[in-house]
Design a protein around this ligand. Sequence first.
Ligand SMILES: [Fe+2]
Length: 312
Amino acid sequence: MVGQFISPAGYADMLSRGRAQAMPLLALAPETLRTDYNRKPFLVGHALGEHPLFQLDPLFALCRRLPPEQILYRVGKIPGDTPLDSSYDDYKQGLTLEDVLQHFEERQAYICINNPERDATYQPLIDGLLGEIAAQTDPLDPIMSWYSSYIFISARDSVTPYHMDREMNFLLQIRGQKTVYLWDQDDDDIMNSEQKDRLLSRIGGRPAYQPSFEAKALAFDLRPGTGVHHPFIAPHRVHTGTALSVSLALTFRTRQSDMWTDAHRFNARMRGLGLRPAPVGRHAWLDRAKCSVARAGQRLHRMLGATQHDAA
Ligand SMILES: [Fe+2]
């Protein structure tokens, strides 16, 4: 799903508002951030539990107000190893969104609201939360370049199947309970460097779950007022408890994660030529060089495309 690019001026504005926040809604421990941010998952705190915009009526009104393509839903029980991308089509049972909203608990429904920040009512709150994150992460990982948020509402016992995203995340539990299983993104047995190159180049599907991974899962039990940080591309699977659950995911990319992404794309190109490039993340200078070449290649590609278009 398309998120929102952040201009340098927009980031400066977000950062200064986040730093000036008199009543912060997020509690990120500075020492944990310093040691674990983008390396290991960790718990965070927040004060969104009683926020009026996260009660069910305003959330269902948001579902009805946003363009239909921003609301994904599925119903019933689904297996934990279902491919995430097709799960919404495969487990919809032909029901309409209105039916799902009216019989939410009865249908054992799950709704993902994509990009609530595009709604004027929700935008100030979500931008403010992003600003709070930026104020804390900027010294470690400066310049957010993109963000996208999601609200998940689950009647009960839902599973978000094993998958990995191409960004960082703070997942905040607002109502009900969730268990989030996360895997180490740097463990070659979970995801090798070729799989990461393909993931970030969007070649083929996402790396698949194997039963042997289960023993390596890190489990985080989330309650209202807690959340968990997902490092860049960390694989995860999420189970909700037996009661209605509401959570918010704040996902974002930074100058650093964009650089990793382009270095992975460079590697995928090299693999296409039959070469075996060094894994991304091993040498920062090499990753930067790969990123520069990949971006120069993209610019050249665009220029040639434009030239051909002009000549046609
Ligand atoms: Fe995810």
